[in-house]
Design a protein around this ligand. Structure first.
Ligand code: SF4
Length: 293
């Protein structure tokens, strides 16, 4: 029937949205706002989601990129992505009251790197060198210079460490699980004494959300996938890439403006998922919107 409106079937993909680390970070940050009369600062975005950050700004939290912008003795929240020991020392020097919202899974990676640095073993971080999490993790090696950050299999050839030496491998928690496994395999073949642990892999929340998207795309050929989350959210971007790798058409939107600009075309079945820092309220709005768009 020409011109007839075909109703689109919109399905939410499970699991999606807030992970345990983000929920705990938000809880701590709310607590910090409640406990302290004065201004509360947060170093970097608490989590990589524009709606969450704006909400905290409206409640009076001040976001800064450097501790230099935090007054002596004030309260500062460290984001879910964690910070390097140098930042912790700087906070001590300024007598700041620290509320540490580092995700426990990120903290585990820090401990793995700190233990390697303590033994003088070089560390390879699989991750994006500029991502806040990776900056903090790499910082655990101090100024030893015994750390290399690689993102791809091709990067492995450029690592300046002795191939016969032990190296400890860790990973950013929010990359593609499959890509991390590929890089880890390349590391193992170049550095036979490389050691791996749970810190060498993405976190479970990342893995479960990626698996759900892959399974949805496989089970629904021709379906589209809408991923909700901010452009600077690593785990969000990976979800869209994974949907595309499975042959699905994928879109990402971080707010209603971005969502309104999307043309879903003739997509009859649309799966909706969201990054680990995306509020459920936005998913509800988006599902209602996408059914009609
Ligand atoms: S994505 Fe994983 S590492 Fe990051 S905050 Fe969530 S649980 Fe923690």
């Amino acid at each position: 029937m020409q011109g007839a409106h075909h109703k689109r079937e919109v399905r939410t993909i499970e699991p999606h949205g807030f992970c345990s680390g983000v929920s705990a970070a938000l809880h701590k940050a709310f607590g910090a706002l409640g406990d302290h009369g004065g201004a509360v600062y947060c170093l970097h975005e608490l989590v990589h989601n524009e709606t969450v950050v704006r909400d905290f700004e409206l409640r009076g939290m001040k976001f800064v990129e450097s501790l230099d912008d935090v007054p002596h003795g004030a309260t500062v929240v460290f984001s879910a992505h964690g910070v390097s020991p140098a930042v912790r020392r700087a906070a001590e020097m300024r007598a700041l009251h620290v509320v540490d919202a580092t995700c426990p899974f990120v903290a585990r990676v820090h401990r793995t790197v700190a233990a390697a640095a303590e033994r003088g073993v070089p560390v390879v971080v699989i991750g994006n060198a500029k991502h806040a999490e990776v900056v903090g993790v790499a910082g655990e090696t101090g100024d030893s210079g015994r750390v290399a950050v690689v993102r791809t299999v091709a990067d492995v050839a450029g690592i300046p460490f002795d191939e016969s030496s032990e190296v400890v491998v860790v990973s950013q928690t929010t990359l593609s699980a499959d890509e991390v496994a590929d890089v880890a395999a390349a590391l193992k073949s170049r550095f036979p004494k490389a050691s791996f642990s749970p810190s060498s892999e993405v976190c479970n929340a990342t893995r479960d959300r990626q698996r759900a998207v892959r399974e949805f795309a496989k089970a629904n050929p021709g379906a589209g996938v809408l991923v909700l989350g901010s452009a600077n959210s690593s785990n969000t971007r990976r979800l869209a890439e994974i949907a595309e790798a499975e042959g699905a058409k994928a879109w990402r939107a971080g707010n209603m403006d971005e969502l309104s600009a999307i043309d879903f075309g003739p997509t009859e079945v649309l799966g909706v998922t969201s990054g680990a820092s995306t509020p459920e309220s936005f998913l509800d709005q988006a599902v209602a919107f996408a059914a009609k768009a």
